[in-house]
Design a protein around this ligand. Sequence first.
Ligand code: CMX
Length: 134
Amino acid sequence: MKPSHIEHIGIAVKSIEEAKKYYEEVLGLKCYSVEEVTDQKVKTAFFQVGQTKIELLEATDENSAVAKFIEKRGEGIHHIAFAVENASKALQEAENKGIITIDKSSRKGAEGLDIGFLHPKSTFGVLTEFCSKD
Ligand code: CMX
């Protein structure tokens, strides 16, 4: 497995409506999509920056991963997502190398991508995601 690029950086925010203003009005980026991912209990907003996207994450449920993250650590960088050829295979490869995986195989995430996570305790404190197109 060799990631081709950073697909996106996930940033946990309390309010997409509020945070969006900074990305649009200060950085001059354009929000091209707002999407709710029910499975992950989040609302997402995307901005393209070169090959990489910024994904704002707002919790839609108080028991969600993003709500817990903000409660414990405040708003900020939540995860880094690498583009790989096949997310399920990448998860399996990482597991074979002793990394703790949150997902055993990929599931559907925002923008219809196949996604899966590695546990931050196993990756030097960075929640890591693999993404692939099917
Ligand atoms: N980055 C780094 N460390 C994190 C973290 C993050 N995003 N989220 C939690 N942690 C740390 C916590 O600070 C905690 O550390 P300490 O033990 O030192 O206090 C530890 O991991 C355990 O955290 P926790 O609060 O007990 O939270 P949980 O174990 O319930 O869940 C995690 C943590 C990563 C397993 C969970 O958030 C998860 O499964 N994440 C993957 C799914 C996800 O994040 N979905 C939202 C984004 C979806 C999308 O992009 O579409």
